[in-house]
Design a protein around this ligand. Sequence first.
Ligand code: SF4
Ligand code: SF4
Length: 77
Amino acid sequence: MPLAQTKTSVPVIVDNEKCIADKGCTVCVDVCPLDVLAIDLLINKAYMKYDECWYCTPCEADCPTGAVTVNIPYLLR
Ligand code: SF4
Ligand code: SF4
């Protein structure tokens, strides 16, 4: 799986202001069937580690603070 180049060029974006991974939340990481999300242990926030996505969106739907945005490509909508 290709490693994500930067945290802003990937389809799944996490709003660090809203993410409460620093309080122990790992919901988005746990629900992702591809295991492409991870917690950045330097800042204790979730991020897309691998640039691979099924656009199934439980990460966005289940995040308790609405921190996750899945940008579904136009052709898949
Ligand atoms: S589910 Fe939301 S609050 Fe929890 S780790 Fe993921 S982005 Fe952060
Ligand atoms: S949309 Fe699905 S595959 Fe993509 S990061 Fe979220 S849970 Fe994982």
